[in-house]
Design a protein around this ligand. Structure first.
Ligand code: PLP
Length: 397
């Protein structure tokens, strides 16, 4: 009667959901301020004032029928032009509105790309790098394709290129890159991107067909200490950029983002057409017409990263002091320290004793580690450090 796969996806509780519910229960028992919930990647910095002003101005200025009506499927042409010009100013590209396709956030953008690149009646493979955003698997598999995961390079959370090379086959359609990364908080260096581009260019020649990079970059602006995030279309021509304002402007509930299809991709007309067709069958009629206009007005608004940067440093220093090993925060709002025992599930279970709510690395394809999201109150981080120290002491740290 019902698709078993859909039923399981819709009812099986994710680890994060289970942890969240445990946190609610504990908060009722011991008080909200004594539960250290590092489980959820929801921005806690408010959207900039400019967003509110833009919404109000648009509601006052634009005719209601036009404002709330459908836009053309790729998005309002003026909005796309405005966004393309902003991208060009920042990255020295030369996009126009016709290179953009507005979407309901990054999730829709990447799923549309997966659908568009999944060829009919053949085996299709997509590759990503652990640790990775777990939704990739369910989105790729929903298209009937296979997701292959390159094991993590735990030395620095860049890419294990030897393993990657072995995994590329003639069935590889695209490689998904997420930098700044959820969950590692690491930014792929220019060297990493150059090497990736070099390997893929060689393999494209060998296999005689394009292999795309899908660059999933909702955290692009959330970077610390002056780190630069390479703009991948400048290094590799078959790149599709999937962007979202969920994190940069704290608008995850509004569902607004885009796909960039550069002119340089092999056969632009077919790729852009495939993206439009994929969006159509996925019933993605158009991205929110109000929020298309809002982001166009806020396109050069800086992200407020100060609170995340402060939180990231506080947590990093506290964890290192407690005896954990961890990469320094570079971007996004996550740390991905090594668990203090091999079994990351057992470790996160033990952490609950101190009301520390952490997500096991296995959920991101990287056992032996855990994710701590620091998009939470500064006081919570400060109060959590003694709890981390007690937990570490149990392991003789
Ligand atoms: N990609 C990554 C790596 C994410 O972490 C998230 C959300 O947390 C998404 C995509 C989805 O973002 P959006 O809200 O734009 O759909």
């Amino acid at each position: 009667m019902i698709s078993e796969k859909s039923y399981v996806l819709g009812t099986k509780k994710s680890t994060i959901r289970t942890i969240f519910e445990f946190g609610r229960k504990r908060a009722a028992e011991v008080g909200e301020e004594n539960v250290f919930d590092f489980s959820i990647g929801n921005p806690n910095v408010p959207a900039p004032e400019k967003v509110k002003e833009a919404i109000i101005d648009i509601l006052n200025e634009v005719d209601s029928v036009a404002l709330h009506g459908y836009t053309v499927a790729p998005g309002d042409p003026q909005v796309r032009e405005t966004i393309a010009r902003s991208i060009n100013r920042r990255f020295g590209t030369s996009f126009t509105g016709k290179n953009l396709f507005m979407t309901a956030g990054a999730a829709a953008a990447i799923t549309i790309c997966f659908k568009a690149l999944t060829e009919d009646d053949v085996h299709n493979e997509f590759i990503t790098f652990a640790p990775y955003f777990p939704e990739y698997k369910c989105f790729v598999e929903a298209m009937g394709s296979e997701l292959k995961v390159v094991p993590a390079n735990t030395a620095d959370f860049q890419i294990q290129f030897d393993k990657f090379k072995e995994m590329l086959t003639p069935d590889t359609k695209a490689v998904i890159v997420n930098s700044p990364n959820n969950p590692s908080g690491v930014v792929y260096s220019e060297d990493t991107i150059k090497k990736l581009a070099e390997i893929l260019s060689e393999k494209e020649k060998e296999f005689g067909h394009p292999i795309f990079i899908i660059s999933d970059e909702p955290y692009r602006e959330l970077v610390y200490g002056g780190i630069t995030v390479p703009y991948i279309p400048k290094y590799y021509k078959n790149t599709l950029v999937c962007y979202s304002w969920s994190k940069s402007l704290s608008l995850p509930g509004e569902r607004i983002g885009y796909i960039v299809v550069p002119d340089e991709v092999a056969d632009f007309e077919r790729v852009y057409g495939g993206i439009a067709g994929a969006a159509r069958v996925l019933t993605h009629v158009n991205a929110s017409s109000l929020f298309q206009r809002v982001v166009a007005r806020c396109v050069d608004e800086p992200s407020n990263i100060a609170a995340y940067e402060r939180n990231g440093n506080l947590l990093y220093n506290g964890l290192v002091e407690a005896g954990f090993t961890c990469q320094k925060p570079q971007g996004a709002f996550y740390l991905f320290p090594k668990a203090l025992e091999d079994d990351d599930y057992a470790f996160c279970e033990r952490a609950k004793k101190y009301d520390l709510l952490l997500v096991p690395g296995s959920d991101f394809g990287c056992p032996g580690y855990f994710r701590a999201a620091y998009c939470i109150k500064q006081e919570t981080i400060e109060k959590s450090i003694p709890a981390f120290k007690k937990l570490a002491a149990e392991y003789g740290k």
